[in-house]
Design a protein around this ligand. Structure first.
Ligand code: NAP
Ligand code: G3H
Length: 477
């Protein structure tokens, strides 16, 4: 059983109370972390505030050198981190390792990209101003609060933390409870790497208990949050800063517009819908297509679902237990509701508590919650309509607007439809996905606010500061 402590000012804090971390596979406690109180959290923010000036005033290369050491330790501990992730979030070991490797690459890329954030220079000449030079450089905003969700415990943590730190901010990091052993491990490695005290602090505890205390702390300058719409909107209402970036949920549709490459489309749809048991913000969460295409597509999807393995994360099963029995109950309620409304179960709809068989539902009615709600589990609804304009309308009627995918060999049609989809990103002939991490990533409507991505995050954690130099020519009177 694992035991991890929080990290404040480079000190390990056990906490007056401890929080049990559920292993979703055994439904037993997989380890414990500190359950911090208000005083501990205050201390974390005070430490981050105190450390800010010295960290900001290091050269960029000095900060990069510190963070490189940390990144090397993360890479060295890849197996251990991946194993912890299999225990606390039930991600299969292979995917957990991929997540760690992807994160190491993310950090490396971020440290390189930071070097290219050159100041901008202006002469004002375009406005017939002959006596000014202006330099605009990017300065850190101060103390950043990073809050991550359970589903990518290291990637969605470090994709905030690394840019914040390299640009000279200091950070208080609140991992999801399921994911806080991985988060605490990052703190432990930061201390081992010799990061200056106070620049990176890990605070653990249930969001329902400490969340409001954290987001209302007066020392924080900006927040980067990834998680559910409800919590994101709540933070926006109560936070002590209005500088908030939100990456929230999704109900990504895929529009299949022809039957010319159905094997390829099916492979993409299955991988997009069922990786990590559908617990990805960018998972394909509905298929929109015509009756004629659906009649050919459904058997191909079924064939592929039959081949997915269901089981334990350490056995590298494709489908592993969803994060909790409560999450499984929610997915089940969506399936049951859709069946009542006339949908057919093509395959699946079996469960052993929170281990759910991958489920494909056809003829899902627009009346059903499954057509609109984000299940965050292994279920894929098919919604049929013979009018392409109606399919686009259904795609856009969602409150979400993260990503969408369009499959068609008619590139004119694909581009035309992709342009009409109200999402941050529309993918043509490829599944919905965040990566590569260097691409800008953003949701509209309830899916979020602000833009992430390696370059974009470096911008969002900094502010422009201009120095305008006025001069006159002393040689002319
Ligand atoms: P969640 O329940 O909203 O939790 C997210 C984070 O917020 C956790 O660290 C949680 O801590 C914390 N939290 C809870 N209450 C809080 C409060 N009052 N104040 C501050 N923080 C609070 O989401 P989740 O279940 O972990 O993740 C799944 C959701 O995230 C899905 O909707 C998914 O689509 C979305 N997501 C979006 C993206 C994206 O990039 N758009 C990426 C990944 C996931 P506790 O765990 O301790 O409650
Ligand atoms: O859960 C949300 C992640 O940002 C998705 O990333 O599309 O690479 O799985 P991904």
């Amino acid at each position: 059983m694992y035991k991890f402590d929080a990290v404040i000012n480079n000190k390990f804090i056990e906490g007056k109370e401890r929080l049990n971390i559920l292993d979703p596979t055994t439904l037993q406690t997989g380890g414990t972390v500190a359950a911090l109180d208000e005083q501990d959290i205050d201390n974390a923010f005070l430490a981050a505030r105190a450390a800010f000036p010295a960290w900001r005033d290091l050269t960029l290369i000095q900060r990069i050198n510190y963070l490189t050491k940390w990144n090397e330790l993360i890479a060295k501990n890849r197996e251990e981190i991946a194993k912890i992730m299999t225990i606390e979030v039930a991600k299969n070991y292979k995917d957990a390792l991929t997540e760690v490797d992807r994160t190491v690459e993310y950090i490396t890329y971020t440290l390189e990209e930071a070097k290219r954030l050159e100041p901008m220079a202006f002469t004002g000449a375009g406005y017939d101003v002959q006596n000014k030079y202006a330099i605009y450089e990017r300065l850190p905003k101060g103390v950043g609060l990073a809050i991550s969700p359970f589903n990518y415990p290291i990637n969605l943590a470090m994709s905030k933390i690394a840019p914040d730190l390299v640009m000279g901010n200091t950070v208080v990091f609140k991992p999801a409870t399921a994911g806080s052993m991985t988060g605490s491990m990052l703190g432990k490695l930061a201390v081992e790497a010799g990061l200056p005290a106070g620049i990176f602090n890990v605070v653990t505890g249930r969001g329902s208990v400490i969340g409001d205390i954290i987001t209302q702390n007066k020392e924080l300058d900006f927040i980067s949050f990834t998680g559910s719409v409800d919590v994101g909107h709540h933070i926006l209402e109560i936070a002590s800063t209005k500088d908030v970036i939100l990456e929230l949920g999704g109900k990504d549709p895929v529009l299949v517009l022809d039957d010319k490459n159905l094997d390829f489309y099916s492979d993409q749809i299955i991988s997009g819908a069922f990786s990590y048991s559908g617990q990805r913000c960018t998972a394909i969460k509905r298929v929109l297509t015509t009756n004629a295409i659906a009649d050919k597509l459904v058997p191909l999807l079924k064939e592929r679902i039959e081949k997915l393995t269901v089981g334990k994360p350490m056995d590298n099963a494709d489908i592993t237990p969803v994060i909790s029995p409560k999450a499984a109950d929610f997915v089940q309620s969506l399936i049951d509701g859709a069946i009542k409304d006339g949908a057919t179960v093509v395959i699946g709809n079996k469960r052993d508590n929170n281990l759910m068989a991958p489920t494909l539902m056809d003829h899902v009615s627009l009346k059903s919650d499954l057509a609109w709600e984000e299940p965050f589990g292994p279920v894929l609804p098919i919604i049929r309509n013979d009018d392409i304009n109606e399919l686009i309308k259904i795609a856009n009627e969602s409150v979400y607007g993260l990503q969408a995918a369009v499959f068609s060999q008619d590139i004119d049609l694909a581009i035309t439809v992709a342009k009409q989809l109200e999402t941050g990103t529309a993918n043509i002939n490829g599944k919905t996905q965040r990566g590569p991490d260097s691409f800008p990533f953003m949701g509209i409507k309830d899916s979020g606010f602000g833009v992430q991505g390696i370059h974009e995050t470096l911008l969002s954690c900094t502010r422009l500061k201009g120095i305008v130099i006025n001069y006159k020519n002393p040689l002319t009177k």
